[in-house]
Design a protein around this ligand. Structure first.
Ligand SMILES: [Zn+2]
Length: 164
């Protein structure tokens, strides 16, 4: 079964010190790094990252503190994951809220959605991790399941806004 690991939004603004920090974000970044570099990514053939990437997302800024604005340091990947060999990066949310990585588009300019990119490579199984468990990780995993991918959330490689 061809599997992909989807690393959701491990960006500076979602980690300690960022504008919308999730407690445990820095640890998630370090653990994801370890998992990819020394843990074989759990057998995933592909590793992709999603990135919250806001220009003017309307009411999303207001519902949440301003975060991951294009061109700011906060939108960058956390330093622990920035140099990981991601096979692709999917950016989402330029002009509207986008919680699911499946709303993202290939940053390399292929025009492919995350779903199309995965299907092109025969991926049928996905592991999802990152920030935050109860928002973008959950939305990404729900979409993956709805689209028919065998889906698993790696809770030990994720952190939640609401710890309950
Ligand atoms: Zn956002």
């Amino acid at each position: 079964m061809t599997k992909a690991l989807i690393v959701v939004d491990v960006q500076r603004d979602f980690c300690e010190g960022g504008s919308l920090a999730v407690a445990g974000g820095n640890a998630v970044a370090a653990n994801v790094r370890e998992y990819v570099l020394n843990g074989g990514s759990g057998g995933a053939l592909y590793v992709v990252a999603t990135r919250d990437y806001h220009v003017d997302p309307g009411a999303h800024f207001g519902e949440w503190p301003v975060h991951c604005r294009v061109g700011t340091e906060g939108a960058e990947f956390h330093p622990a994951v920035a140099d990981l060999p991601f096979d692709a990066e999917f950016r989402k949310g330029e002009h509207a809220a986008a919680y699911s990585g499946f709303e993202g588009v290939d940053a390399a300019g292929s025009g492919l959605s995350l779903e199309a990119w995965l299907r092109e490579r025969g991926v049928i199984e996905v592991d999802v991790c990152g920030l935050a468990t109860d928002f973008c990780v959950a939305a990404t995993a729900k979409d993956a399941e709805r689209l028919g991918f065998t889906t698993r959330v790696l809770v030990e490689l994720s952190a939640a806004v609401n710890q309950g």
